[in-house]
Design a binder for this molecule. Structure first.
Ligand code: CP3
Length: 343
């Protein structure tokens, strides 16, 4: 395989490497001064997402600075709802605001899954440019939000601490909720396949709020949609690894792995690596350093980084954080983390 020498691809294919490949969730972001400068040139965050030149530039910035083993496409999980017809804007200092979907009429106003590509064409162009510009050793990761997490924003119209609006819709109007999950699932498959066609070598499914699903609903709204997405990608794009990230799934990480057949599991900060190795044998594990250590730094960062590498050393591992790097992180601490991993 042409990509066979990239460390990330080797780890995802199940190889245990002496030094794990490394990348970070949110590696292109506000903790980098060069990101803030490009972001200021773009205007809004969404303008940046839809400008292939600038989105390519910010994706490459952390690769140039740190030499990560993978780049992740610069975009957002909420571009899919927007492409389905939701109004979307990001309020500075607050977060996303969307038009809400709480009933059959709202659902009827959304476009079909196949209609998303017109809006998302600039994202595919960014993927093409990245594939042409990335160093030969750097893998390109595409991504989408998982249906449940995307639905939580579409139902509430914003981020919520407990995803109560989406949970409420499950209990009060399950047919509408199921239809929404179905629409997002179809759009996600179409979106990821276009990213793969454009040059994404790996895709990651972000289910950031999987931990908010009641246990009885985890299978229906986290595992099953992910299983459908994985199966559709495997059928149309065999050989492209899929990383699943059911954040906060706890003990459900096991049933998620079994139900979906993902190539790798991204573990959040709460998961004990030793438990994960025992409970999830044979699968590539990604994670899971506490991102706060990149704010606090010092010898605690060195110790935790080395402990993380050692704890996962018995099998295929992709070093990452347990969640995204935060805007108050110090880039010098990222260098320090990389020295502790790579020596
Ligand atoms: C829930 C979610 C979103 N977006 C995403 C998730 C799932 C992962 C997670 O749990 O973090 C995923 C995401 N968002 C972004 C990426 C790009 C790739 C990467 O570097 O990881 C990815 C993979 C850029 C971004 N997405 C966002 C930024 C900050 C925008 C800015 O420059 O102001 C970036 C770099 C904005 C965003 N986007 C979203 C929110 C709630 C916010 C606002 C909160 C915040 O400001 O941090 C939705």
């Amino acid at each position: 395989m042409r990509t066979g020498t990239k460390l990330l691809m080797r780890a995802l294919a199940g190889e245990t490497l002496a030094v794990p490949p490394v990348w970070m969730m949110r590696q292109a972001g506000r903790y980098l001064p060069e990101y803030r400068a490009t972001r200021a040139r773009a205007g809004s965050f969404l303008d940046l997402c839809y400008d292939p030149d600038l989105a390519t530039e910010v994706t490459l910035q952390p690769i140039r600075r740190f030499g990560f083993d993978a780049a992740i496409l610069f975009a957002d999980i909420l571009l899919v709802p927007q492409a389905l017809g939701a109004d979307l804007r990001f309020v500075e200092g607050e977060g996303p605001r969307l038009s809400t979907v709480t009933g059959a009429e709202d659902l009827a106003r959304l476009g079909p899954a196949e209609a998303i590509h017109e809006t998302l064409a600039p994202v595919y162009e960014t993927v093409r440019r990245l594939r042409a510009e990335l160093p030969a050793e750097t893998a390109l990761i595409g991504f989408a939000g998982a249906p449940w997490t995307v639905a939580t924003y579409m139902v509430a119209g914003r981020g919520t601490p407990d995803q109560a609006p989406a949970r409420r819709l499950i209990y009060t109007d399950r047919p509408v909720f199921d239809a929404l999950i179905e629409r997002i699932t179809e759009a996600t498959i179409a979106y990821l396949l276009r990213q793969i066609e454009a040059g994404a070598e790996v895709v990651k499914l972000f289910d950031s709020w999987a931990g908010a699903l009641p246990g009885a609903e985890f299978d229906a709204y986290c595992a099953r949609p992910a299983a459908r997405i994985v199966a559709a990608l495997r059928a149309a794009a065999p050989g492209v690894p899929v990383i699943g990230f059911p954040r906060g799934a706890g003990g459900n990480y096991q049933s998620f792995a079994a139900a979906t057949g993902v190539s790798a599991l991204a573990l959040d900060t709460s998961v004990d690596p030793a438990w994960a190795r025992r409970a999830l044998p044979g699968i590539c594990l990604q994670g899971n350093l506490d991102p706060l250590l990149l704010v606090t730094g010092g010898s605690a960062l060195d110790a935790a980084t080395r402990a993380c590498v050692a704890a996962f050393a018995g099998g295929p591992h992709v070093f990452n954080l347990g969640h995204g790097i935060t805007p108050d992180a110090d880039p010098a601490n990222v260098e320090r983390m990389l020295r502790a991993i790579r020596g």
